[in-house]
Design a protein around this ligand. Structure first.
Ligand SMILES: [Zn+2]
Ligand SMILES: [Zn+2]
Length: 455
């Protein structure tokens, strides 16, 4: 709410005059004004100056103060920030809610950007409060999801249907300052536009307009991980009705895949996870069987999956023969949704067995000709000769091939129709002053998901 109050106070500047003036005594950090992320090269002073000079001279939100969780040097702390004037390609969003993504786990343990202050988390659900002069996709007042990947619609990847590999990654322009004038970035490499903040700033390619009255915490389930699982099973490799799927890992991503498999009409949905409350939840979400990997040897787990997805055998009493129809040994689809444990589990939350080649288990659980989608960070790999013989399709996927502009509205429709149960995916909701607790609740796997609610 701080942001809204600040916006109201800024109403006088809404007519268009630039209101940004650095706080008294603030240092200037022009050399860090712009950073080209991920290319391993610093932008030249001249190019940085040119991009920074493109900031709008008038910006109604400039000077607005808001609270955000800032990762800076060795700290992760709540800070009151002041917005700078935006770039013509940027959108300013009043954040309603964000699901805390496991991708942000490292920010609890260390700062990756020692020299730069970066707001934590990524994505969000909110309402547009300002658009840059060159923005066409959204208008002030629109409700939006800030998605896990951009989609420009114009680059080669977007045109080929690989929107989640959209190449548009504009240089990061510092969007705010701390009270001492330190520039703060509201976007980061890989993570994209930050989410643990009352105000979100994104280039328009990351912004998806949505037209729905769904509660923000439910919509936040579609920002990243749950939508990845739903996308794998309904868009990337849509599960054929009546077929079998096995899902390794029942976190938010795997649980989204369980629901996607149910929506698609899978017959057997086998969920695998060491955490007992997640296995129980998976059964409520549509899994037909759940397995605890701690109950099996490495190969024994695959044997258990095979036993649940047997060859169909015709038996006339005098002899048996393999049925020549659909049913074969192994699942048609396997979804790998495991993750490394970068953060200790909460007390009582079970750990996965160590030293297991998870990717080989996933691969072996699928019948020849089947589909393996790897979405987590599995340990191990697969013998390449097996890959050649088996005619199995292995896919990855950043945000599994989704065209966020068309697929996220489709997913919202599934929530509105009660087919995708977003409410049941919400583990615990925290207020804006509990961002660290929200991160710890997610990273320790104490809850399936955690949400920061700003409304
Ligand atoms: Zn994420
Ligand atoms: Zn693109």
């Amino acid at each position: 709410m701080l942001g809204q109050q600040a916006l109201a106070q800024q109403a006088g500047s809404a007519a268009g005059q630039s209101s940004y003036t650095p706080p008294a005594g603030a240092q200037t950090f022009q050399e860090h004004e712009v950073i080209f992320w991920g290319r391993g090269e610093d932008v030249s002073e001249q190019a940085a100056a040119e991009i920074a000079a493109e900031r709008q001279t008038s910006s109604r939100t400039a000077g607005m103060q808001f609270r955000a969780q800032v990762s800076y040097q060795d700290s992760l702390s709540m800070e009151t920030l002041t917005l700078k004037p935006i770039h013509p390609l940027q959108v300013v969003i009043q954040n309603e809610a964000v699901q805390v993504c496991y991708s942000a786990a490292y920010q609890l343990n260390r700062s990756r950007f020692q020299d730069n202050a970066v707001v934590a988390g990524h994505g969000g659900v909110g309402r547009v409060i300002e658009v840059g002069s060159a923005v066409k996709r959204v208008q002030v007042g629109d409700r939006v999801i800030l998605s896990a990947t951009p989609n420009c619609g114009l680059c080669g990847q977007c045109l080929r249907g690989n929107g989640d590999n959209c190449v548009v990654r504009l240089p990061a322009l510092s969007s705010a300052t701390m009270s001492d004038g330190t520039p703060v970035y509201l976007t980061a490499p890989v993570m994209g536009p930050a989410g643990h903040s009352e105000i979100l700033i994104a280039d328009e390619e990351w912004v998806v307009p949505v037209f729905t009255d769904l509660p923000a915490d439910e919509l936040s389930m579609l920002i990243c991980a749950p939508a990845v699982g739903l996308g794998i099973t309904t868009v990337k490799h849509p599960i054929e009705v009546g077929s079998d799927a096995v899902i390794y890992g029942l976190g938010p991503l795997g649980m989204g895949a369980v629901q996607g498999a149910r929506i698609q009409g899978a017959e057997k949905i086998i969920g695998i996870d060491p955490i007992s409350y997640r296995r129980e939840l998976a059964m409520q979400m549509g899994a037909t069987h759940v397995l605890d990997p701690n109950d099996y040897s490495e190969s024994g787990l695959v044997d258990a999956v095979m036993a649940l997805t047997p060859d169909e055998v015709a038996d006339n009493g005098s002899y048996k023969r393999h049925y020549l129809g659909e049913r074969q040994h192994g699942a048609l689809y396997a979804i790998e949704a495991t993750a490394t444990s970068q953060y200790p589990h909460a007390p009582g939350v079970e750990m996965a067995p160590e030293d297991v080649n998870i990717f080989e288990q996933v691969y072996a659980s699928v019948r020849p000709g089947g589909y393996v989608t790897s979405a987590g960070f599995p340990r191990g790999d697969v013998n390449s000769r097996l890959v050649a013989w088996s005619n199995k399709t292995i896919s990855g996927g950043n945000f599994p091939g989704l065209n966020v502009l068309s697929d996220l509205p489709k997913f919202i429709n599934l929530v509105e129709r009660g087919m995708f149960d977003a409410r049941a995916m919400i583990g615990r909701v925290y207020g804006p002053d509990q961002m660290r607790e929200a991160m710890e609740g997610a990273m320790s796997r104490e809850y399936l998901t955690t949400v920061i609610d700003f409304t």
